[in-house]
Design a protein around this ligand. Structure first.
Ligand SMILES: [Zn+2]
Length: 175
């Protein structure tokens, strides 16, 4: 099955969950740095043998992850709204910033929302990559973290950018 870039882009931009193993595998083949890794050893979960505990392939025993099935990738750690709004361009821009030397050593160590913006930590960084990550960190504060529309509110209890619709839903839930 040959999955085109356009199909991958639609998958990222429109899926409620990135839980399709066929598409995740295609993503991981195109962007191999999306394969989850042990953040300490840098080993890919796909290199986990399930029989050898000596290399510390993964937190916990390797045999707990013998059959990684592409039910998720690192991209699942980006909040849904941000992923739908700019996940595809983010992934393409990161990939374009990787030089051959950097690509060998590069992986994601952490993706999270912090103080209302997207924070991505990586094993190595260069100037171009640093620019890309900062650009999306800046942009994320204006995008609804829940649905991807333009954000018009910033929640204060748990700092997150929200659009009008998601803000109203949140207020209804809180009342
Ligand atoms: Zn929203």
């Amino acid at each position: 099955m040959n999955i085109t870039d356009n199909e991958l882009k639609n998958y990222i931009n429109t899926s409620n969950e990135l839980d399709n193993p066929i598409y995740n595998r295609a993503l991981a083949e195109k962007f191999d740095w999306l394969i989850p890794r042990n953040v300490w050893s840098g080993k890919k979960i796909t290199d986990c043998t399930g029989t050898d505990g000596e290399d510390g392939f993964w937190p916990g025993a390797p045999e707990e992850h013998p059959d990684y099935d592409y039910s998720y990738t690192e991209l699942n750690n980006i909040p849904d709204g941000w992923r739908k709004a700019f996940g595809w361009t983010l992934v393409c821009d990161i990939d374009a910033a990787l030089t051959p030397q950097l690509r060998e050593r590069f992986y994601i160590t952490d993706i999270k929302e912090k103080w209302g913006v997207l924070r991505i930590s990586t094993s190595y960084v260069n100037g171009a990559l640093s620019d890309v990550l900062h650009q999306y960190e800046e942009a994320s504060q204006y995008v609804c973290i829940a649905c991807g529309q333009r954000a018009t509110h910033m929640t204060t209890d748990w700092i997150s950018p929200l659009c009008d619709d998601c803000w109203k839903k949140l207020k209804e839930r809180q009342n």
